[in-house]
Design a protein around this ligand. Sequence first.
Ligand SMILES: C[S@@+](CC[C@H](N)C(=O)[O-])C[C@H]1O[C@@H](n2cnc3c(N)ncnc32)[C@H](O)[C@@H]1O
Length: 184
Amino acid sequence: MTSNHQILNLKYIDDDICRLESIVDVGGGTGTTAKIICETFLNLKCIVLDLPHVVENLSGSNNLTYVGGDMLISIPKADAVLLKMTLHNWNDNSCRKILENCKEAISNNVKRGKVIVVESVMNEKHDTHEVAELKLCTNLRMLATFNGKLRREEEWKKLFMQAGFQSYKLSPLTGHLSLFEIYP
Ligand SMILES: C[S@@+](CC[C@H](N)C(=O)[O-])C[C@H]1O[C@@H](n2cnc3c(N)ncnc32)[C@H](O)[C@@H]1O
């Protein structure tokens, strides 16, 4: 079975990731997604930002670097920022702050810079019964565990605009995951 890490990569093989020089995977954990991206795009410099204790004993490679830090404080500069299944752990105020820090991180490349958000988007009208049920359960778990939540497209749009972004594109990725490309 293809994991969500691989699916993200497949989607981007033919996409404009090839034109980027650097990407930072924010809340990228131990680098499972970043390693796949790095192995496919050998000229792309990839940084994984996660909490210091998560990355402290990890070694990078030619094009992979681990940085310990706090996304609520600052995010390393790069052409693009990836936030994969990370924002649903946070309430609206924290999401806005994280997105503002993402915008600052890509500020050196205002022409091509973008933030890529991979999340489940609530959409009961279009989802199959199984997918809607999965999202509702995930939403409850996020609320109970982190005071986070799954959001509808309108809620995401409001957060992106409040964080200072100008536009976004939403594409389906898998049955339950969608992909936002957000532009400053
Ligand atoms: C739900 S996991 C997402 C992991 C990964 N992006 C994926 O797709 O599998 C959230 C990640 O955010 C990290 N994290 C939590 N708070 C953070 C913070 N303040 N700054 C940086 N990373 C943080 C956690 O350690 C965890 O690895």
